[in-house]
Write a protein that binds this ligand. Structure first.
Ligand code: PAZ
Length: 375
């Protein structure tokens, strides 16, 4: 099937999120305003997508990402003069609020106190809060930050396509910075149970009886349990400890790889940079380069789960791999330290600074070159 056919099938069979049209209208107004002002716009995607197991979703599979990379990057892009569309997983980290909403030292209420003049920031955090608040207010009052939420993989792909197509009007001045952790597998709607999947026979039988009374066949997610009720033998597992009838076997389809469609069709003149997350250090660069060649975009930023706040590698066409690393608190990196880091060994202390402080200027530099070559 061609990439276009895959796109058509996916989007015609997976329903759009409820607010897609409203979000697209907001994004259009935002992009038009900044294009008229000659400002660059970046679409930052952030957080993990979910894969619902039921239409009325109680359970879902999630992708790892707190949203730190995306939210932090958004702040540095704003500092670098970009207007930012922040397409993020609902309730994940957001720019500016992240400093207080998910601090390891407490929740946001822990930063406040009640005095005679009402509620105020705790004196020890007040200067930091004033600085962050002032940057947040500038972003809001100057309309430089548009936040759009998603939850599921379907929401994400619909929103990504709609916003990327709008970004096309920016030509090379549009930048797509895809940091979200996107599911590779999903349950297609025709195989998804309507209701909460039952874990007991009682629940399943009640569901089947209700479906029979309504003249409906049970959904495939429910009926797979029927045949297997007496079945102790299992096709997938040669020594099952629990009969198949008692397990939940989830059958997932691959999510179509739509990055090629984005690069070729949705925003063909913009600069597209994606992230590649791996846990095995021996394959990181190879996988990043493979992704670059397969999707023909402009930059892949590779990172290891364990060391992602310490080091990333820029892989881009015609250039040497470029490793960016944060400074250590009160120490220099030795060759041996770097070797261990690159093997995925995490230093004991926290990073001395945010690695996005280095990532964003380096991306901007490549974006400058992209604009120069394509305008
Ligand atoms: O949000 P976070 O800071 O916890 O994690 C960021 C990340 C590791 C999800 C991101 O840097 C990344 O690699 N995104 C792409 C993931 C992927 O390969 O699908």
């Amino acid at each position: 099937m061609s990439a276009q056919d895959q796109e058509d099938v996916y989007f015609s069979t997976n329903p759009p999120p409820r607010h897609l049209e409203a979000h697209a209208a907001q994004a259009r107004a935002f992009i038009d305003a900044h294009a008229a002002a000659g400002r660059r716009v970046v679409l930052v995607t952030s957080g993990g997508t979910t894969v619902p197991l039921e239409k009325q979703t109680v359970r879902f599979i999630d992708n790892f990402s707190a949203g730190t990379r995306g939210a932090t990057s958004a702040e540095y892009f704003l500092e670098a003069g970009y207007a930012v569309i922040f397409l993020h997983r609902e309730f994940s980290l957001t720019p500016y609020a992240r400093h207080f909403s998910h601090a390891t030292t407490g929740g946001f209420l822990d930063f406040l106190e009640v005095g005679q003049g009402g509620v105020s920031a705790r004196p020890d955090v007040s200067a930091k809060m004033a600085d962050i608040l002032s940057r947040y207010h500038t972003a809001r009052t100057e309309n430089l930050l548009l936040s759009i939420p998603f939850v599921t993989i379907g929401d994400y792909l619909h929103e990504l396509r709609a916003i990327s197509r709008l970004m096309a009007s920016l030509g090379p001045r549009g930048l797509l910075y895809l940091a979200a952790a996107v599911s590779d597998f999903f349950v297609p709607p025709e195989r998804m149970a309507e209701h909460k999947i039952q874990s007991t026979d009682l629940g399943r039988r009640a569901q089947e009886a209700a479906a029979a009374a309504a003249g409906q066949a049970p959904s495939s997610a429910d009926s797979s349990k029927q045949d297997s009720e007496e079945e102790e033998f299992d096709n997938f597992d040669s020594s099952p400890r629990v009969p198949r009838s008692k397990r939940l076997v989830i059958d997932l389809d691959p999510v179509p790889k739509l990055l090629l469609n984005l690069v070729d069709g949705w925003a063909p003149r913009g600069m597209v940079s994606s992230f590649k997350l791996e846990t095995d250090p021996t394959i990181l660069v190879t996988k990043a380069r493979y992704s670059l060649e397969r999707y023909q975009h402009h930059l892949v930023i590779g990172n290891l789960l364990a060391t992602r706040k310490w080091e990333v590698v820029f892989v881009s066409p015609g250039r040497e791999d470029n490793w960016l690393r944060v400074k250590r608190r009160g120490k220099e990196w030795t060759d041996e330290d770097v070797k261990r880091l690159r093997q995925g060994e995490v230093p004991k202390e926290e990073p001395g600074e945010e690695i996005e402080r280095f990532i964003i200027p380096a991306v901007k530099d490549l974006h400058d070159q992209h604009i120069k070559a394509n305008e």
